[in-house]
Design a protein around this ligand. Structure first.
Ligand code: ADP
Ligand code: MG
Length: 247
């Protein structure tokens, strides 16, 4: 547990509408440095919108989102800087299809972080090794399995040295036999102290890697607790109902 870490991501009174739909309803959430927060909840409850708001891929209507002490602005140069502090891995792997694995991982650091090519390649190889796909660096995404592609996507995010990593159902599009190879990489990252927000239906991962489980339903955070407490003793009817369907 990392109760002592300082707040790294803070959502304060965040609201978001899509037309009449109040998709984020007064969300208050603090993620501390080194903490792993797993977000679970029924489909349509606003989990992806929450992640996208933290990365400012979605605007918010009211409230503030603070990353490492700086309020996320609406736009501008400072937004680009703050956004690059937030790595994101999606359900669909989102690699550049026409670039090799190595180029996928070095592109951001070279273009955005202005790191020289040799350094970027060296670091990319380190990261590819860490996620277990270093032998594939010359391949194109389509020549790899889904699990390998997702691990490259994780390496690509890490190459930007993010302060926090967001994962939005990173294993939902994978064949079952590839789920664990991705979850193992994520669990190792968590163990190394990476601050993470993970939306997942993998309850085994939540139990083993989460410091805290956040349960969302209908645009609200209904319940927050340690995984032990949440899974053995859910307090709300919504959480009890959800758990009875998935466990
Ligand atoms: P979850 O990830 O928990 O399944 P989402 O955040 O994707 O939920 O979606 C929450 C709700 O917002 C859903 O009802 C979804 O249909 C709606 N929604 C998501 N994105 C948009 C959008 N761009 N425009 C309109 N409605 C959206
Ligand atoms: Mg979603």
């Amino acid at each position: 547990m990392t109760d002592s870490g300082e707040p790294l991501v803070v959502l304060d009174g965040v609201n978001k509408h899509f037309g009449d739909l109040h998709v984020l309803q007064d969300i208050n959430l603090t993620v501390r440095r080194g903490e792993v927060v797993v977000v679970i909840g029924p489909s349509g409850s606003g989990k992806s919108t929450l992640c996208r708001a933290i990365n400012r891929l979605e605007t918010i209507d009211s409230g503030t989102i603070t990353i490492d002490g700086k309020v996320l602005p609406e736009e501008g140069k400072e937004l680009a800087q703050l956004r690059s502090d937030v790595g994101m891995v999606f359900q669909s792997f989102n690699l550049f299809a026409h670039k090799t694995v190595l180029d996928n991982v070095t592109l951001g650091p070279i273009k955005v972080r202005k790191i020289n090519k040799a350094k970027a390649v060296e670091r990319a190889r380190e990261l590819l090794k860490r996620v277990g796909v270093d032998a594939q660096e010359r391949k194109f995404p389509a020549q790899m399995s889904g699990g390998q592609q997702q691990r490259v996507a994780i390496a690509r995010s890490l190459a930007m040295d993010p302060k926090v990593m967001l994962f939005d159902e990173p294993t939902s599009a994978l064949d079952p036999e590839m789920i664990n190879e991705v979850l193992d990489v994520m669990a190792a990252l968590a163990k190394e102290g990476m601050t993470m927000v993970v939306v997942t239906h993998e309850m085994g991962f939540a139990r083993r890697a989460a410091d805290r489980v956040v349960f969302m339903a209908d645009g609200q955070i209904v319940e927050e607790n340690t995984p032990e407490e949440f899974f053995t003793n859910p307090r709300s009817d919504r959480a009890k109902d959800f758990l009875s369907k998935i466990l």
